[in-house]
Design a protein. Structure first.
Length: 175
């Protein structure tokens, strides 16, 4: 058997600290996820806007680069009419926070070689960039991985800093 004698004042202090910690944990864990999604969104939008990627991204084919030039479109990878760039956001879905394009958001259409065509779900732009060749299409688009290399870099370099902030906040709730 083990017997413990506690000073009533110390007991109240410990219980109060435990309650503060228990109340802070859900708030801080939600902040960690939300701010992580914001960090990721900012890194992706900055990379696409500046065409400065953390990994090698193949250039456009000569034909596509010339087509973009002829049509007065930006020469940057991942940018045609800014649909992808302008729709990268932070959102909550099924209890988690995400940085990216919400499923179901559509472009205005007219993005094919003739600047016609139906509206397309913008999240597909990211999939086409990341994975390349669209299934069933003859365009043979090369993969231009942007999203996953940025995610891996953030997990390695940015997220630990964000985690340390959360740990410090939880430690402060204890005191």
């Amino acid at each position: 058997m083990i017997y413990i004698t506690l000073n009533p004042q110390s007991f109240r202090r410990y219980m109060s600290a435990l309650i503060r910690l228990a109340n802070s944990y859900p708030i801080e864990s939600d902040k960690l996820c939300r701010y992580g999604a914001i960090d990721y969104k900012n890194l992706v939008t900055q990379a696409i806007a500046s065409n400065n990627f953390p990994s090698r991204v193949p250039r456009h084919t000569k034909a596509y680069a010339q087509w973009k030039k002829d049509k007065g479109k930006p020469s940057r990878i991942g940018v045609l009419d800014f649909d992808l760039l302008h729709n990268i956001t932070v959102f909550q879905d099924q209890g988690g926070w995400f940085g990216g394009v919400q499923p179901g958001v559509m472009d205005s259409g007219g993005k094919n070689w003739n600047l016609r065509g139906r509206a397309v779900e913008i999240v597909k732009y990211g999939m086409w960039l990341e994975e390349g060749n669209r299934v069933g299409q003859s365009d043979n688009q090369r993969p231009r991985p942007i999203f996953m290399p940025i995610a891996r870099k953030y997990i390695k370099e940015g997220f630990p800093n964000r985690m340390n902030v959360t740990i410090r906040r939880l430690e402060a709730a204890w005191h």
